[in-house]
Design a protein around this ligand. Sequence first.
Ligand SMILES: Cc1cc2nc3c(=O)[nH]c(=O)nc-3n(C[C@H](O)[C@H](O)[C@H](O)COP(=O)(O)OP(=O)(O)OC[C@H]3O[C@@H](n4cnc5c(N)ncnc54)[C@H](O)[C@@H]3O)c2cc1C
Length: 426
Amino acid sequence: MTQSLPGQRPVRDRGFAGRAGLPVVVVGAGPYGLSVAAHLRAAGVPVRIFGQVMGSWRHAMATGMFLKSTPDAVDLSTPEPGGRLADFRRLHGEPELTELTPIPCEVFVRYGTWFQKRHVGDVDPARVVAVDRAPSGGGFLVRLDDGRELRSAAVVVATGLNGLAHVPGELGRLAPEGPGAGALVSHTSHHTDLSPFADRRVAVVGGGQSALESAALLHEAGADVRVLVRAPRVRWGMRPQSARSWAERVARPASPLGTGWVLAAVCTGPAAVRRLPAPARMLLFRRALGPSGGWWLRDRVEGVVPVRTSCRVVRADTDGSGVRLELAVAGRSAVLDVDHVLAATGYRLDLDAMTFLTPGVRGAPARVPGSNAPRLSAGFESSVPGLHFTGSLAAPAFGPILRFVAGTEFAAARVARHLARSLAAR
Ligand SMILES: Cc1cc2nc3c(=O)[nH]c(=O)nc-3n(C[C@H](O)[C@H](O)[C@H](O)COP(=O)(O)OP(=O)(O)OC[C@H]3O[C@@H](n4cnc5c(N)ncnc54)[C@H](O)[C@@H]3O)c2cc1C
């Protein structure tokens, strides 16, 4: 059941024997899982990687969506040269993408799949359904959705935001069986196709990129859309300037997450961010990047889709087929009747929601104070020996760059170096 694709470069484990030769298991084959696996394989560490290649980008984003990041901020990481998005485009005879070309999700999926073939090798598409401590001898017991089980020396959790979608309680009560595409309320991650909402009245709750891009796509599909934003105004990214003066570059240095000193600092120094006192780190994590829409999306929303700002959903009720929303809009009460509510209300980094980790495993790691995310060592290891976390779950420890593909370079090299050393020492 391995995903060995034609044209794949053979990747060999180079004689490393960890805990009695047991592999490291990487759970998840998105940007972080693929990058970590590429570094582990290059370091000669035996590794098994599970999950669908670029699964979230195939199944948790609506058709027609674009990345908010610029092309130079979405390279996956490998210690070998030649794995950048620009390399993929050049090899396939596709024109180079510039800061002014939003990247379609479909291009990013093709890039990730190419990266996997070239730098990672076999990926097993099975889903990991349980990670438990091995009953003896240390390490972990990993169970897959097809019933197979294997022992591993260490586990790297790279499951992104899967299972962490957040729907506020006042909306969640509209769907006693759980939110979803067929219920009265759903989360943006439930949809790959928004066209079934043509001719329906949809309230989109949220003011970030997911809310604004979903609203544009719904409108373009023929839905009657309203966006409800808690903040007093919608924030939009700035169109990148091709030539910036020296003074502008000093005043607002560039970084993969945008311009400004705070962003440049958190991108350059995730290791330093980890050493900050926890309250300062949590402040950075919450405040460094507030919700905003990509500059290229503005024309598809402003003056096109009705947006209510300073607007909070106070109560949501159903009459069976539709939804009545009671709103507080700039201190005044209002009512909105719709057919469906789309919650673009983000994700909660909650270790307890990661049900594929058995209760004994997910309950054990020490948390970053003020969060339910794991405290991590400089090598991304939690307080449970051998259990590592990357991507968004590592953001409360290392800062906001870990929420983005741009963090793969830092994370993958660190995780691989740490695992190669610690397993070789056993
Ligand atoms: C709508 C949206 C737009 C975004 N746009 C950007 C952007 O423009 N730029 C950017 O840098 N970031 C963006 N992000 C953030 C983005 O999710 C991350 O940057 C990136 O995908 C993180 O990679 P990852 O590998 O951690 O997670 P993911 O890409 O989510 O990959 C996780 C993988 O784990 C797999 N998986 C989950 N559970 C299991 C299991 N139990 N067993 C096996 N496999 C499992 C999934 O199938 C998936 O393949 C966006 C997020 C969203 C929701």
